[in-house]
Design a protein around this ligand. Sequence first.
Ligand SMILES: [Fe+2]
Length: 316
Amino acid sequence: MRYNVKPIHCRPWTLNGLSLKLIESHYENNYGGAVRRLNSIKQQLESLDFTTAPAHVVNGLKREELVAINSMLLHELYFASMGGDGQPIKPMVDVLTRDFASLDGWRAEFRAMGYALGGGSGWVVLTYVPRERRLVNQYAAEHSQGIASGVPILALDMYEHAYHIDFGANATAYVDTFMRNIDWPALYQRYQDACQVPAPRSLVQAEFGDLPGVDVEEVKVMMASGQAVQVIDVRPRHFVSRQQEIAEGIEWRDPEQIQKWMGELSKSEPVVVYCAYGFHIGCKMTIALREAGFDAKYMKGGHSAWKAIGGSTRRM
Ligand SMILES: [Fe+2]
């Protein structure tokens, strides 16, 4: 398999303040060089016997492959990022306002990141993160830092080869020029494409159907706000005796004795139940309580999730 060079997306002669000489050199030498290097690395990898290859050879080639593949992809995005009139369009402004409080807020951060790389090198990338369904500005140093699962939709090349021919060491002027050339309609199209990437799959416990659960962060807020809620730890006894700790302000109830303690609960206040990790015990207790007429939900992630969000605990 070979990686092919893609045509440059922007029309270089239309760019405002960036010379043909700069863009041609960048595309032909740096982008083209990345694709050529990638194919050469690929060829070496294909002829490598991984069962006998020394670790340093595998490390070196795989690391260089990552650098070259990201350099190829980010350069393609960089050229596709430009070619517009730099005038933000409303739907994209709305998205940036949602994720950065305002268009100016996004622009200030993105620009400052570019300025900060002046004299250094790396990429500034606006990336869609499917898990959160939102955008993040990120650095990509050495072409190889990317948010796992992120979809880059705008890239600013801050390697010196991207601006030195026209701007010398004046990286700030280059960043401002890039901003004036952003193709906003194309950016919004890439955002819409990125939104098609689904979030990572949630934990599914098919055996418990649509049993209502509540996020641990929400439970913490409910407790902190003094909301009337009965939160109960129902970890099995052997878990409790091993860990010997419990969330602050919570009582433990033995799941084996549910019929004994159920009567102590109030049916007029909601109940939140959790076990060690939010699997079977917590769900089964929730079902039993709901069948008895309580407004019960299980806390997702259980005691471990409580600790993972930094919830305080006490010794038992
Ligand atoms: Fe570049």
